[in-house]
Design a protein around this ligand. Structure first.
Ligand code: FES
Length: 162
């Protein structure tokens, strides 16, 4: 599934470019994946190093890194909450779930709470549309989610919704 999403993102990226992405582009993506695997995000000093290695501008590296949802420029929280905002989940209430999480955690999608406990992010499909609306926390899926079920799930992670 991750490969399908990456392929779609690469296609979408290609469509925003005047020319097809080059082998350099794909090798940068590969390097970014390695950096993120190691650090859980893309530290600025590693991006500068990569720019030097590839003989590319730092702006070019950032433009690639920021295009793909899979990359994060911020350190991730202890728990990663992913809200699927794909069509199947959207029509079944994903926007309300996302709004509730944003309000509860006081962060926007893509941000980490001040205490470093949670990162809230969105994704276009978690690959289990029949379970929508669907969120995942640290890779564990919570399907057929409702606002009241969400309260219970967040309580498991020490968040009091009152
Ligand atoms: S659209 Fe949400 S899991 Fe596919």
């Amino acid at each position: 599934m991750a490969q399908e999403i990456q392929a779609e993102e690469e296609q979408a990226f290609a469509e925003t470019q005047v020319v097809e992405p080059s082998s350099t582009h794909f090798s940068v993506v590969g390097e970014l994946q390695k950096i993120q695997e190691e650090h859980e995000y893309l530290p600025p000093d590693k991006l500068r190093e990569l720019a030097r290695e590839k003989n590319l501008s730092l702006a070019r590296i950032y433009s690639i890194a920021t295009f793909y949802n899979q990359f994060s420029l911020q350190p991730k929280g202890e728990h990663i909450i992913t809200v699927c905002t794909g069509t199947a989940c959207h029509v079944r209430g994903a926007p309300e779930l996302l709004t509730k999480l944003k309000d509860t955690l006081s962060v926007d999608a893509g941000e980490t709470t001040e205490d470093g406990k949670f990162t809230l992010q969105t994704v276009n499909c978690l690959g289990a549309c029949a379970l929508g609306p669907l969120i995942s926390i640290d890779g564990k899926y919570y399907g057929n989610m409702t606002l009241s079920k969400l309260d219970g799930v967040m309580e498991e992670y020490g968040v009091d919704n009152d």
